[in-house]
Design a protein around this ligand. Structure first.
Ligand SMILES: CC1=C(CCC(=O)O)c2cc3nc(cc4[nH]c(cc5[nH]c(cc1n2)c(C)c5CCC(=O)O)c(CCC(=O)O)c4C)C(CCC(=O)O)=C3C
Ligand SMILES: [Fe+2]
Length: 353
């Protein structure tokens, strides 16, 4: 049995008022040379919604749902919540956990796939939080594996694509006239490759997305065409990022003239945050409607019961040291491996055994 004192729900963060937008964006882009025009453009997305991203409210709801699920299963692990780019920052959360006597943390990160943003950067966040608080000797932070192909994450998308396709069929649209766009966050090509070079040019990041999209599609609408497309690129326009952009893909489908409807599946994300609300519900849907295509956007997992209970299963597989070959996974890429511990080497795993 691995010994944990608490769960550390770990997320990206977002602003919750107009005065928090620029500090948030500065944190997000620190040192990475996002052009000012892009920052202004992104600030505008937040400003349009009163400076409020829904992501923190979604994480509060997820924390409450996890607490309820843990209580229902009789598991006594408190849930702390920390962010990378907005309060509550990891250092404050770690201090709070330590003050309560909870030193051995199991990180539950709201990123499903392997990338620097979703993995390496959280590791750095945890290292920095322990260094900044001086608690690295006493505290340790493990991390639950990437859950891109865990049933808890995939099931809500299978339901969502199924119901979108049923809705379109009910409107008299044949599957052959539907194109399903599986959309995720674009990242630089070099970052994709670095996510797992043995997986080819797109690295583990693209391989994981292709495997999950193909699984969801096989379960829902095999007679419809599908593709993997990208959203929310930023950075220097001369730097190659993963393509095609969802809007370009919709333009091409419209030119080809074979489809009447697109189903937009934001399967790169766990909740309907700003990247979904703006880049998909606003821009991509407008692109589709500009071509007189019907667009249906599928929900992200949010607090879907399958997702919440899947996250608790992922915690329990670490608590109970479930052997790798018994861990649930829906694609042949999984189950993804666990990551190295951050912090005190002798805490947690085995330490108390
Ligand atoms: C892979 C990935 C995920 C998924 C995994 C994960 O969840 O981590 C993700 C999530 C998110 N990205 C988000 C927001 C932003 N991402 C940006 C910029 C960037 N993202 C990148 C990658 C990813 N991002 C990259 C390579 C950049 C370029 C600059 C950099 O190297 O950082 C920028 C800067 C401006 C711009 O868009 O150019 C913003 C504002 C929000 C919050 C939304 C809200 O507020 O509701 C969330 C959940
Ligand atoms: Fe991002």
């Amino acid at each position: 049995m691995a010994q944990y004192d608490a769960i550390l729900l770990s997320s990206f963060g977002g602003p919750e008022g107009q005065d928090e937008v620029i500090p948030f964006l500065r944190n997000v882009t620190a040192g990475r040379g996002i052009p000012d025009e892009r920052l202004e453009e992104v600030a505008h997305h937040y400003r349009h919604f009163g400076g409020v991203s829904p992501i923190n409210a979604q994480n509060r709801a997820l924390k409450a749902a996890l607490e309820a699920e843990l209580a229902a299963r009789g598991i006594e692990l408190p849930v702390y919540w920390g962010n990378r780019n907005s309060a509550p920052f990891f250092a404050d959360t770690v201090r709070e956990a330590h003050a309560a006597g909870d030193d051995r943390l199991l990180g539950l990160v709201t990123s499903a796939y392997t990338s620097y943003s979703g993995v390496g950067q959280y590791r750095e966040d945890f290292e920095k939080a322990l260094a900044d608080t001086g608690l690295g000797e006493q505290m340790s932070i493990d991390r639950v594996r990437e859950f891109f192909d865990h049933p808890g994450f995939v099931t809500p998308f299978v339901e969502g694509v199924s119901s979108a396709v049923h809705q379109l069929r009910a409107q008299g649209i044949a599957d052959e006239a539907i194109h399903v766009l599986y959309v995720t966050h674009s990242i630089p090509n070099t970052a994709a490759e670095a996510s797992g070079p043995s997986f080819g040019p797109g690295g583990a990041y693209v391989a994981q997305h292709l495997a999950v999209a193909s699984y969801i599609h096989g379960e829902t609408a095999p007679a419809a065409a599908w593709s993997l497309v990208y959203q929310s690129r930023s950075g220097d326009p001369r730097t190659p990022w993963l393509e095609p952009d969802i809007n370009d893909a919709i333009d091409e489908l419209a030119v080809a003239g074979l489809v009447k409807a697109v189903v937009i599946v934001p399967f790169g994300f766990v909740s309907d945050h700003m990247e979904v609300m703006w880049d998909l519900d606003n821009e991509a849907v407008a692109t589709a409607e500009g071509h007189s295509l019907i667009a249906v956007r599928v929900p992200t997992p949010g607090v879907h019961p399958a997702f919440v209970s899947g996250l608790v299963d992922l915690v329990l597989e670490r608590v109970n040291d479930v052997p790798v070959d018994e861990r649930p996974h829906l694609t042949e890429l999984g189950p993804w491996a666990d990551h190295e511990r951050v912090g005190a080497a002798d805490a947690g795993n085995g330490g108390a055994a």
